[in-house]
Design a protein around this ligand. Structure first.
Ligand code: PLP
Length: 223
């Protein structure tokens, strides 16, 4: 399938989910996750009108950035090793996986300007998942105060691998509640307006529960 055909189907489903929950589809950004596909396929996504690309490895991001550069906004969505920060920091617009102070420190040390970061939250508590447990999110964000180049733009989660809608919905809802708690702190460096949640199999529920960025790989550009 062409990316453009996949994209129009996804946009329609986003619109329907937004309508069901009294939201605007324009408030949901679609990130094309290109980690499984070639640079040519990522370029096809740009030509189809995609503005945001997501990669989960520094190597993949660097390779595609070389060809695509500033034609897209770049999202680092995978767990990020501290020693890889240097190689991506001047290319990425968003990091979706901030989950420890040592990483914050390295981002702060290497960045030339403000970096928008999502705190990754392990809502479901599955051991295999990265991210902070919900109760540690606020203390962690408070600990980021000294790192003046970090802006906490939002929270990110990966839902558990299940078809059970009630489980998925509860996960997204919990992340949205957590965001409200962060916003209530009114920290200048943590506006926390964004919710990065929803992938190929669960983005409609995520949009219904308030996602502002959905990360779509398989259903958009393929495996
Ligand atoms: C791979 C990946 C995605 C996209 O997954 P699909 O199911 O292919 O849409 C989204 N977010 C993260 C963090 C990923 O690693």
């Amino acid at each position: 399938m062409k990316v453009s055909e996949n994209l129009s189907g996804i946009k329609q489903r986003v619109e329907e989910s937004a309508r069901r929950s009294g939201r605007q589809a324009e408030d949901v950004k679609i990130i094309a996750v290109t980690k499984y596909v070639t640079t040519a396929r990522a370029q096809e996504a740009i030509e189809a009108g995609i503005l945001h690309l997501g990669e989960n490895r520094a190597e993949g991001l660097n390779e595609k950035y070389e060809a695509i550069g500033e034609a897209a906004a770049w999202h680092f969505i995978g767990s990020l090793q501290t020693r890889k920060v240097k190689s991506i920091i001047d290319k990425v617009d968003y990091i979706h996986s901030l989950d420890r102070e040592s990483l914050a420190k390295e981002i702060n040390r290497r960045a030339e300007k403000t970096v928008r970061c999502f705190i990754q939250v392990n809502v479901s508590g599955e051991e295999s998942k990265h991210g902070l447990p919900p109760q540690e999110v606020i203390p962690f964000i408070q600990s980021l105060h000294p790192y003046e180049k970090i802006q906490v733009c939002g929270l990110m989660t990966m839902a558990p691998l299940t078809e059970e809608k009630s489980v998925l919905r509860a996960c997204f809802r919990k992340l949205a509640l957590c965001r409200e708690e962060v916003k209530a702190l009114n920290l200048p460096y943590a506006p926390c307006n964004e919710l990065s949640m929803g992938m190929s199999n669960d983005f409609e529920l995520a949009v219904e529960e308030g996602a502002t960025m959905i990360r779509i790989g398989t259903a958009l550009v393929g495996e």
